[in-house]
Design a protein around this ligand. Structure first.
Ligand code: RP5
Length: 368
């Protein structure tokens, strides 16, 4: 019994470190300990917890109080091993740092498999149920990290190692799931520097306004700009007369055909996003956005057999761009806003976004 009490105390301490030395209270700690001991799934944190008010970085392994806390380089594969960060439905088993690599024997490693119902229903964006039925030669399944390795049963293996969960989790594809991220910056008042961010609808964390690449996207950079339009440019102010008249004529057509309000809304949103995207990509700075990252993302949805990779593109807005003056959230984003770049903000961003945005020299300089 005393061993359990000691372990509980250890988890309380870990919780405190994770949450910037707050005093979490008995029940929050108990929930945290339950999940860590038994994989019992409870929500222990509120939306917005990642906004850091003082110095400190809850995203680094050191702040997590977990296995990886003192290990250099482990922060590229630590969020996706963290049982507390995992979305509902994931039950991660612990993977010590020295057992992350597939080359390290780990006989007791028995992760549970998780495939979200939304994926098992086989929507258009999801792969077949078994990896053996995937066309591993198609473009969507190529990894930025080179050749994909498979285990003896034909399961693709996460290139960064074990995550504590098998299956696809919430991800649609076996192997790499390609995302694209826009990094949009501008000069702020009094010599400050600003970054266009969204607050994610799923966990309330500040993030780049990126998303998953669609088969219809011409390129990764086009996907990043499309996502920007969908997630952050929902303000009516971005609609010029040309867009307004095209939307009005589609609405008339659909009404004449007797379409339901829901169908009309979906079609209008689709056309709106497409038209805003087309105008935005022709606006200054977007013709050739600079690629600053291509690789793995330490995303909380990753598993042993499915993971997110991204390509990130930087555009600095000189002067005023009518599309970007007043960001407004769309799609699954909760909020969109220009935010002043500070080390605390950058280090609190979602998944690998802290490291990704530091590839922009000015952001790296501010965070140094
Ligand atoms: C991150 O999740 C990527 O870097 C990208 O920003 C995002 C894609 O997922 P959704 O926003 O579509 O959920 O890993």
């Amino acid at each position: 019994m005393s061993g359990i009490v000691e372990r509980y105390k250890g988890f309380v301490e870990a919780y405190r470190q994770r949450h910037d030395n707050c005093n979490p209270g008995f029940f929050k700690c108990a929930k945290y300990a339950l999940k860590a001991f038994f994989g019992y799934s409870v929500k222990v944190h509120d939306a917005g917890k990642h906004i850091i008010k003082g110095p400190g970085n809850s995203n680094t392994p050191a702040a997590k109080g977990l296995d990886s806390r003192m290990v250099a380089g482990m922060n590229e594969h630590s969020v996706c091993r963290d049982p507390i960060e995992a979305p509902e439905g994931y039950h991660r088993v612990g993977v010590p740092d020295d057992k992350v690599s597939w080359n390290s024997p780990f006989e007791d490693y028995k992760p549970s498999e998780y495939n979200a119902v939304s994926v098992l229903r086989q929507p258009v964006w999801a792969d077949p149920l078994k990896p053996k039925d995937v066309n591993w030669k198609d473009k969507a399944h190529q990894s930025h990290l080179g050749e994909i390795k498979f285990d003896q049963t034909g399961m693709p293996l996460n290139p960064k190692g074990r995550t504590g969960t098998e299956g696809r989790g919430q991800l649609g594809k076996w192997g790499p799931n390609h995302a694209a991220d826009p990094i949009i910056t501008r000069d702020g008042p009094d010599g400050s520097y600003e970054l266009l961010l969204i607050k994610r609808g799923d966990n309330g964390q500040w993030a780049l306004p990126g998303g998953m690449v669609d088969p219809t996207d011409e390129s990764f950079s086009a996907a990043a700009i499309r996502e920007l339009a969908e997630e952050a440019l929902n303000s009516p102010e971005v609609l010029d007369d040309d867009i307004k008249s095209q939307l009005a004529s589609l609405e008339d057509q659909l009404k004449r055909k007797g379409k339901t309000d829901k169908e009309i809304e979906t079609r209008i949103t689709g056309l709106r996003n497409k038209l805003v995207f087309e105008k935005l990509k022709d606006s200054p700075g977007f013709q050739q956005p600079e690629e600053v990252y291509k690789g793995y993302v330490d995303d909380r949805r990753n598993t042993d057999n499915a993971w997110i990779e991204t390509a990130a593109y930087h555009t600095h807005i000189e002067g005023s761009n009518p599309y970007l003056n007043k960001p407004e959230a769309g799609d699954d984003a909760e909020h969109a806003q220009w935010v002043e770049v500070t080390p605390e903000l950058v280090n609190s961003l979602y998944a690998s976004h802290p490291d990704i945005v530091k590839n922009v020299p000015r952001i790296k300089e501010i965070c140094a």
